[in-house]
Design a protein around this ligand. Structure first.
Ligand code: MRU
Length: 401
């Protein structure tokens, strides 16, 4: 029986119109407790804003506890958010950008409730920007989202009161969030058709709904291809040291009913040699002007292996992941994380307690090893031959639905 073709639905028109006016009115000084429960529609979402302006909170699905515990944190202030980003409670390049945008609002509202003049927000805005932008340095989506919020802040500083400005910023954060869902849906459509009609597809780390505001990037392509009837068998790398592949990708694919087999990172070469992998698809944390792509540590090795075995290597990412200010990937700052993440994975000691450790969280895949970069705007085949700057110049504008 042919598989039924189902497309990811775009956000509805209704969901796309935020209630800006009602958000301006403070609803009283006491923040109401928010019910923190599992998702009604069954889709695990990493980031959600609940409530209004003065009683709102950022609800983060605690990704450090998945897949065994589906637990949420309600974040209402800057420092807890910064810590949640550092600890990977919220993670994935687009998702941390969205969380950072909401975080600016959370920090500013208490100041706006005390003073009418919006200029009183300038210093708190700068402080929050700095605290957030330094929390995870490699994924450029965080910096991109914070800069977009800063542009909005500066544009409206002289014509809005402090509280109105916060309401405008909340609208902008929701817009970034909604827009990311739209970008993911388009990337999924563009990427699904590149995947094989049947065969093995290898992916690394986690690039699904948990990592974005929508259906995901690389994982969105995979799920769309499955829904389109492609007979793909996914191999998910466990993704040492923090196991995003084992804990998150395996979970998301199982929930989406996509056939998935979990492998240790070191098994990829063997599976390629035995003809089990027909394509590799991954996400990205930053793509530079020449098409080099930073992604979770281990991605570069997979690209080298794919080249050796003549297997196409795809990178899927939205425009917010491109950093055209950097000419190549060697200029990307690579986040170095705590040694104990390697010595004591998931809290269990694996090595001598004091053995020196290297723990770079990302690596850079040179453009020459990438077959195609998949974006919401279309695809860039052979990115080492140019084409990134041309496709990525200019900002995204949401299509009117
Ligand atoms: O350290 P993480 O878990 O935030 O790393 C995530 C990745 O490397 C993803 O592949 C990348 O952010 C793309 S998410 C759509």
């Amino acid at each position: 029986m042919p598989a039924r073709k189902k497309k990811f639905s775009r956000p509805s028109t209704k969901a796309r119109r935020p209630a800006a006016r009602s958000a301006v009115k403070p609803r009283g000084k006491q923040a109401k407790p928010l019910a923190v429960t599992g998702p009604a529609d069954g889709i695990l979402r990493g980031v959600e804003w609940r409530g209004g302006l003065d009683d709102g909170a950022l609800i983060l699905l605690d990704q450090t506890r998945l897949p065994t515990v589906i637990g949420y944190q309600a974040i209402r202030a800057l420092e807890p958010l910064r810590q949640a980003i550092i600890d990977l409670v919220v993670r994935g390049a687009p998702a941390i950008g969205i969380a950072g945008a909401y975080g600016l609002v959370l920090h500013l509202v208490p100041f706006a409730l005390k003073a009418k003049n919006s200029s009183t927000l300038e210093k708190p805005f700068a402080v929050a920007f700095e605290r957030l932008v330094t929390s995870r340095p490699t994924a450029v989506n965080l910096k991109w989202a914070l800069e977009r919020m800063r542009d909005c802040f500066q544009r409206h500083l002289s014509d809005l009161t402090a509280l109105e400005l916060c309401a405008r910023l909340l609208m902008e954060a929701k817009r970034i969030h909604r827009e990311d869902a739209e970008l993911c849906a388009r990337i999924a459509e563009n990427g699904a058709r590149l995947l094989p009609k049947s065969g093995g597809v290898l992916t690394h780390c986690n690039t699904g709904a948990l990592a974005t505001g929508g259906v995901g990037t690389a994982l969105g392509c995979i799920v769309q291809a499955h829904r389109d009837g492609r007979q793909i068998q996914v191999f998910a790398d466990e993704t040492r040291p923090l196991l995003q592949g084992a804990r998150l990708t395996a979970l998301e694919l199982q929930r989406a009913k996509v056939p998935v087999t979990l492998i240790c990172d070191s098994m990829a070469a063997h599976l390629m040699q035995r003809g089990k992998i027909q394509a590799v698809i991954v996400g990205a944390d930053r793509i530079t002007a020449n098409g080099d792509a930073a992604n979770k540590i281990g991605t570069y090795g997979l690209a080298v292996l794919a080249k050796h075995h003549g297997i196409p290597f795809y990178v899927a990412a939205p425009y917010s992941t491109f950093d055209l200010s950097l000419k190549d990937g060697m200029l990307i700052e690579i986040e170095e994380r705590k040694a104990d993440e390697v010595r004591r994975p998931q809290g269990t000691q694996f090595s001598p307690a004091d053995v020196p450790v290297a723990n770079p969280a990302f690596d850079v895949t040179p453009a020459a090893l990438i077959t195609t970069i998949i974006t919401e705007r279309g695809v860039i085949h052979k990115p080492e031959k140019g084409g990134v700057a041309k496709l990525m110049a200019g900002n995204y504008s949401e299509p009117a639905i």
